[in-house]
Design a protein around this ligand. Structure first.
Ligand code: CDP
Length: 225
């Protein structure tokens, strides 16, 4: 049996604020699988660049930062150089920065092995933009999770307000659309639904319904082995 069956991966890709992080984490929990939030690695890289005063388009220096990222994920907390940055990487400045550094091929290459190292038994749920297309092309299940831009802006707004952060819906919508456009237009690993991915439009779905849809597809894949 090959690794795609022995250490199965569920790849969940999609645009900003589509809810893939929440769904992926819950699917991982339901199956007892590991979970990779690949966007956090791009966000950490952007934060490291901001803190080091490195320009977001300085490909060689940003890639060096990405390769050496002193980051760790510890019981829901994300640490950079030992300092908790779970909130700091979610600011709009880091969101915009992450999609800029993510467009640089050397940065994506620098993060590749690190992402693949998360593939461990009994399995992995990974969310991002290129989990199914580049990082885990042999994933047992690939899902493209999306929702309308308006619904995504509403969700991100609610999320920020709940965290006590200030937010403006029209600015968020504009940022989301710009980020989606940059993610879709870049030459390496652009955001797009691959032909072998299941489409999950969550505009009208609750989190529980979205999680169940992924679990159902996964059972179908397992049954077909
Ligand atoms: O939370 P949200 O969906 O807005 O973003 P994220 O998943 O945390 O990712 C932040 C940024 O990293 C995205 O806008 C992408 O540009 C980039 N990214 C990527 O290029 N490839 C991935 N696998 C994950 C994120």
């Amino acid at each position: 049996m090959n690794d795609s069956v022995l250490t199965p991966v569920i790849a969940i890709d999609g645009p900003s604020a589509s809810g893939k992080g929440t769904v992926a984490a819950r699917v991982a929990q339901a199956l007892g699988f590991h979970y990779l939030d690949s966007g956090a690695l791009y966000r950490l890289t952007a934060l490291a660049a901001l803190r080091a005063g490195v320009a977001m388009d300085d490909e060689a220096r940003v890639a060096t930062l990405a390769r050496q990222l002193p980051a760790c994920f510890d019981a829901g907390e994300i640490l950079l150089d030992g300092e908790p940055v779970t909130e700091a990487i979610r600011t709009e400045e880091c969101s915009v920065g992450s999609s800029r550094v993510a467009a640089l091929p050397a940065v994506r290459a620098a993060l590749l092995d690190r992402q693949r190292a998360y593939r461990q038994k009994p399995g992995l749920v990974a969310d991002g933009r290129d989990m199914g297309s580049v990082v885990f092309p042999d994933a047992l299940l690939k899902v493209y999770l999306t929702a309308t831009a308006e619904e995504r802006a509403n969700r991100r707004h609610k999320q920020l307000i709940e965290k006590g952060m200030s937010a403006n819906i029209s600015t968020l919508l504009q940022d989301l659309q710009e980020r989606d456009a940059r993610d879709a237009a870049r030459s390496v690993a652009p955001l797009q639904k691959s032909a072998d991915a299941e489409l999950l439009d969550t505009t009208q779905l609750s989190i529980e319904q979205a999680v169940q849809a992924v679990l159902d597809w996964y059972q179908v894949r397992l049954a077909a082995l």
